[in-house]
Write a protein that binds this ligand. Structure first.
Ligand SMILES: CC(C)(COP(=O)(O)OP(=O)(O)OC[C@H]1O[C@@H](n2cnc3c(N)ncnc32)[C@H](O)[C@@H]1OP(=O)(O)O)[C@@H](O)C(=O)NCCC(=O)NCCS
Length: 147
């Protein structure tokens, strides 16, 4: 079931963030610590996929006058490659279409799983910001229009 997160979800989302952060190969790939992530939750909107009441996947985004910007997303490691993130993206693309705004995001250049996901969903590279991360890697700015 997909729904928007609310204040009651903070503890569960904290656990989800931590599980994802613990599993990444390089910290810069998923660059929110749990405290920062929960602060983000207060200002961003977050769609969650809850499986039998347990949150397994999420997308946080902010809305500006021009776009919906994805600020963080992830699926807990044991639930990956089962379509949870794609289900959330489908919902988010519907919201973007309703608001008539493109989606924007940034991704670490070495995050091949996320890059393949974005490519599959029609995100296009618009900028490569070199030496963006503390590890010297680039961030790739990508966008997906509604047409
Ligand atoms: C990237 C991530 C969010 C994908 O979540 P997921 O729930 O496993 O993704 P889904 O099952 O919904 O989507 C599957 C699609 O994503 C891509 N994908 C997901 N994992 C992949 C992998 N390990 N290798 C290559 N492509 C992958 C593929 O396009 C795949 O489609 P396919 O099965 O037809 O090949 C997940 O690996 C994750 O949480 N990573 C750590 C956090 C992160 O990197 N967040 C992004 C920061 S910008």
């Amino acid at each position: 079931m997909i729904r928007f997160a609310n204040a009651v979800d903070h503890t569960a989302l904290s656990d989800v963030y931590q599980k994802i952060a613990d599993a990444v190969l390089a910290p810069a790939v998923f660059n929110w610590n749990t405290e920062k992530a929960l602060q983000e939750l207060k200002v961003a909107k977050t769609l969650v996929y809850a499986n039998l009441g347990i949150i397994v996947s999420f997308i946080s985004f902010r809305e500006s006058a021009e776009a919906l910007e994805i600020t963080a997303l992830g699926t807990i490691p044991i639930c990956r490659k089962q379509g949870y993130l794609e289900a959330l993206l489908l919902q988010l693309t519907d919201i973007a279409a309703q608001h008539d705004k493109p989606l924007w995001l940034e991704v670490h250049e070495l995050n091949s799983a996320a890059r393949q996901l974005y490519q599959k969903w029609g995100f296009e590279l618009v900028q490569n910001r070199k030496n963006y991360y503390p590890d010297g890697a680039s961030t790739l700015v990508m966008t997906r229009s509604n047409v």
